[in-house]
Design a protein around this ligand. Structure first.
Ligand code: PAF
Length: 281
């Protein structure tokens, strides 16, 4: 496995090879490794010649009060896991190589998709994500890029960007990996205390309960969402949103939108840690 720190090194390592790409911010867990396993399968199936992962904690997608400085950086174990999963090239630029000058040109995804849910609670987040992903795509020029469905809205923002900008990249979404109790795997789970970790599963349970209550019919969605928020808050969480949306555009569903076309999404803070999760339904 080759580790490239600069754009030039990466370009000469790939030398025009068709690649399957997994962008990450490092601190890898088995959710990320599942993405790399899928990239490796693309190579085995001769769809690409090489697998690439990036490790870069992207300052542009953090708000000033967020955890950019304390975000866990675990480069050596990350590389060992990537190598074991069949990664050919790791791109791990320094900030001065990714952003040698202030990034004045940015990608602004449409407000209707990017200023709701995560974008509402983390203003500018999807500008930061879209900008770095656009830049990583320009650098790596992958044939295929793989993202986890845990960041459901992110996956949609990227898919729409690639489609509208006619970028020749196939975007594949991978199912969320979960711990045995159902907690979605996330680098931020590492911030949880033992007691918080035991409690954390209740975010996915709240989404399941919301889906079940909606399937049972009777009440309007806003009332069900308010109940779900109150139930989680009563357990000591500070929920940002728990909501049922249309998968197609993440807008509130109408009566015509039936099961199989929806997704339940949630974000909530437990102590100092903000967790997100979602389930298609
Ligand atoms: O999902 C992530 O880890 C990040 O948002 C990404 C896509 C690597 C961009 O920094």
């Amino acid at each position: 496995m080759k580790i490239c720190k600069t754009i030039d090194e990466l370009r000469s390592a790939l030398d025009g090879k068709k690649s399957a790409f997994v962008p990450t911010m490092g601190n890898l867990h088995s959710g990320h490794i599942a993405l790399m396993n899928l990239a490796f399968k693309q190579k085995q199936a001769d769809r690409v010649d090489a697998t690439v992962a990036s490790i870069f904690v992207n300052r542009l997608q953090f708000l000033p009060h967020e955890d950019f400085d304390s975000y866990p950086r675990t480069f050596e174990p990350d590389c060992a896991q990537l190598e074991a999963a069949g990664c050919d090239v790791v791109f791990a630029p320094l900030e001065k190589d990714m952003y040698p000058e202030p990034q004045g040109y940015k990608v602004h995804p449409p407000a209707g998709l990017a200023d709701i849910l995560e974008g509402h609670f983390r203003p500018g987040f999807f500008v930061g994500v879209s900008t770095v992903v656009m830049k990583l795509f320009q650098i790596v020029q992958p044939r295929i890029a793989i993202f986890g469905k845990k960041d459901y809205q992110q996956l949609m923002v990227i898919k729409n960007m690639v489609r509208q900008m006619a970028m020749p990249i196939e975007i594949i979404g991978h199912e969320t990996e979960r711990a045995a109790d159902g907690l979605a795997l996330s680098s931020r789970n590492g911030y949880l205390s033992e007691a918080e970790r035991a409690e954390a599963v209740h975010l996915s349970r709240a989404l399941k309960a919301l889906i079940a209550a909606h399937a049972a019919g009777g009440q309007d969605i806003a009332a069900l969402e308010a109940q779900a928020l109150a139930a989680l808050a009563a357990r000591g969480w500070q929920p940002d949103y728990l909501t049922l949306r249309r998968r197609a555009d993440l807008q509130a569903p109408s009566a015509q939108d039936t099961a199989g076309s929806l997704v339940a999404l949630g974000a909530a803070r437990l102590g100092k840690t903000r967790l997100i999760d979602n389930m298609e339904c």
